[in-house]
Design a protein around this ligand. Sequence first.
Ligand code: UD1
Ligand code: UDP
Length: 354
Amino acid sequence: MKILTILGARPQFIKAGSVSRAIAKHKEIEEIIVHTGQHYDANMSDIFFEEMQIPKPDYFLGIGGKSHGAMTGQMIEKIEEVALEVKPDWIMVYGDTNSTLAGAIVASKLHIKLAHVEAGLRSFNMRMPEEVNRILTDRVSTILFCPTDAAVQNLKNEGFERFTCKIVKSGDVMQDGAIFYRNLAVKPSCDIKDDFILCTIHRAENTDDETRVKNIFEALSEIAKERQIILPLHPRTKKIVKDLKLNTQNLTLIEPVGYLEMVWLIDNCSLVMTDSGGLQKEAYFFQKQCITLRDETEWVELVECGANILVGADKEKILSAYKNNLKFNIKNSELDLYGGGTASENIIKELISY
Ligand code: UD1
Ligand code: UDP
């Protein structure tokens, strides 16, 4: 069986790492990897291939740093060429980026079976590029691998049981990775104080809205007066910080880190503040309270169990969540919300038996 895997952005490298390891155990499967080039800096791309031991991409398309239309369009054109040459049994896509959508469109046009890992998630906010990408991808998928019960339920609510597709609750491949890499964690070389807060901000809904991004940075500056905030800065955010001359004086800004350093930071921080999708769950895997700088989340089960609190980009809400000194309730970690590390193997078994 030939699987053509489409990757392009940081979270996809991390998700695909676990699945590639599972594929490698099955001699009957050949994985051919396409890197679209959506993320291209070494610390946003190459480092993950090395650390996660993902085989080198067979095709590198070099399509990054463009508008959404140009990026997605050019990816479709190039992925189609590759798919026609490789003739895969499956195209496999991850998550909700422009690279995901491009792979999905190619599969649907060429009548190649499409496996979508991380299907069924919804924020119900159609202004998010990710929401559009995931809805369109889900609709043309052959197998929808859902990480959670909520994701399965979203698909049922949208009538997917009537479509010619299969819904599978696989669990979350990011948990597989978190378990695997925990023991390989590497302490970053920056100055690190006890009790530090780990923060990431990069989502377009925050960085592309001047009021929101200013509010967030003002709140972070206040908090950082009493507690160190370490913020690995996504290139998108770095540009906004510079353009808007945001006050970052009290913050410990560092370059984006590799996953092994990230795992160390998550494991050793006292609190996570983020607008990242992946990091919200990783906080939970490492039993850390998460304050989410978004108005909604796809990981609703984390909010329901109190591990995650949504504060949007409202300065007062951010400060009040921080001051409330929220503590992760250890009992939450006993909930089996994400499959316990078996998702990649579940996905492979399903593909083999389909
Ligand atoms: C993308 C995903 C987002 C995901 C994020 C993970 C879409 C629509 N969005 O957002 O869902 O959470 O990746 O990190 O696909 N840039 C660099 N170097 C890089 C990568 C990006 O300089 O290696 C800069 C470029 O100026 C680029 C900008 O960041 O224009 C944004 O990159 P892009 O891939 O368009 O979106 P992300 O914000 O990274
Ligand atoms: N991450 C990383 N280094 C960083 C920032 C994030 O390894 O400097 C990891 C993070 O731990 C998570 C993944 O990148 O596993 C999530 O990617 P990101 O936050 O960019 O995207 P999202 O999950 O929001 O789509």
